[in-house]
Design a binder for this molecule. Structure first.
Ligand SMILES: NC(=O)c1ccc[n+]([C@@H]2O[C@H](COP(=O)([O-])OP(=O)(O)OC[C@H]3O[C@@H](n4cnc5c(N)ncnc54)[C@H](OP(=O)(O)O)[C@@H]3O)[C@@H](O)[C@H]2O)c1
Length: 262
């Protein structure tokens, strides 16, 4: 086991906002475990982050493919073996963001396979990573799920929104989101509707985890955050990790958002 201390885990941190979040944490003196699905990309990112880290802050990289239960199990086993009870911040929810900009992802092009793949990474991956790490987190840890304003209920349309909002268990959230209904997916913005459904469901899953006795018993809080665009994205995520943002909430740049607002 590594020397005791507090660690943050930032998934999908070899590039993008995850990298920026890890960089700011390391620069402020926090030791960070980043995950990357590609080993070489992860090693390069860890090297760059180590160079930006404050003295004493450590950066290590572990491999994770969020859509693979085996990979999630391996990550949890590694955290248990080396960092048991030492992780007090988990930033997760990275995803198939690329799909929203994919030229093929038009209303006509929404396919059941694409919808399923988006949900598997964005929703199932985020939930499964959190549940797999739950027992190994420090008492009082915070989990930040990176969602999006595209996950506001008003943007997903009633066909999905009402079912997701009514879901009372994580399994019901998954079922509501995985259901493939092209007519309702086509409502709202023309592209990325599976993405929006995945983020709305992640916000509901966050609320349910925050209320769960399994989390409460160990004082572990779970929040969802909309990062916004590049310039302030990492800031918004880091503000959501602070104590003044209440358990179970959805925020942007340190301000609470009403997920149900029109
Ligand atoms: N950027 C924005 O303006 C914005 C706005 C609203 C919401 N968001 C949300 O913020 C998050 C990050 O956005 P970003 O712009 O930083 O995205 P990005 O640059 O595309 O980075 C995504 C990260 O997630 C990883 N990833 C993707 N699929 C994965 C999988 N199946 N398993 C493990 N890792 C996976 C990527 O790894 P690879 O390098 O291997 O692909 C990469 O490290 C996303 O949840 C996005 O929806 C971003």
């Amino acid at each position: 086991m590594v020397a005791p201390g507090k660690w943050a885990v930032v998934t999908g941190a070899n590039r993008g906002l995850g990298f920026d979040v890890a960089k700011q944490l390391a620069a402020s003196g926090r030791s960070v475990i980043i995950t990357s699905r590609d080993k070489a990309a992860g090693a390069a990112a860890a090297q760059a982050l180590s160079e930006a880290a404050a003295p004493g802050a450590r950066v290590v990289v572990l491999q994770l493919e969020a859509s693979s239960p085996d990979s999630i199990r391996a990550l949890a086993a590694e955290v248990q073996a080396e960092y048991e009870g030492q992780v007090d911040l988990l930033v997760g929810g990275w995803d198939r963001w690329d799909r929203i900009n994919n030229a093929g992802m038009t209303v006509d092009g929404i396919s059941a396979a694409d919808h399923e793949a988006t949900l598997k990474t964005n929703l199932d991956g985020a939930i499964d990573i959190t549940l797999a790490l739950l027992l190994h987190l420090a008492q009082g840890a915070r989990v930040v799920q990176v969602a999006s304003r595209r996950g506001m209920l008003s943007t997903v349309g009633p066909g999905y929104g009402e079912r997701i909002k009514a879901a009372a268990t994580l399994d019901e959230v998954r079922a509501a989101a995985h259901r493939f209904d092209p007519d309702h997916l086509a409502q709202g913005p023309a592209t990325g509707q599976s993405y929006a459904v995945s983020k709305a469901a992640l916000i509901r899953a966050t609320q349910l985890m925050a209320e769960s006795p399994h989390f409460k018993a160990r004082d572990i809080s779970v929040v969802a955050v909309a990062p916004g665009w590049w310039c302030q994205g990492a800031r918004s995520i880091l503000l959501a990790s602070e104590d003044n943002i209440p358990n179970g909430s959805f925020s942007y740049d340190g301000k609470l958002l009403d997920w149900t607002s029109k």
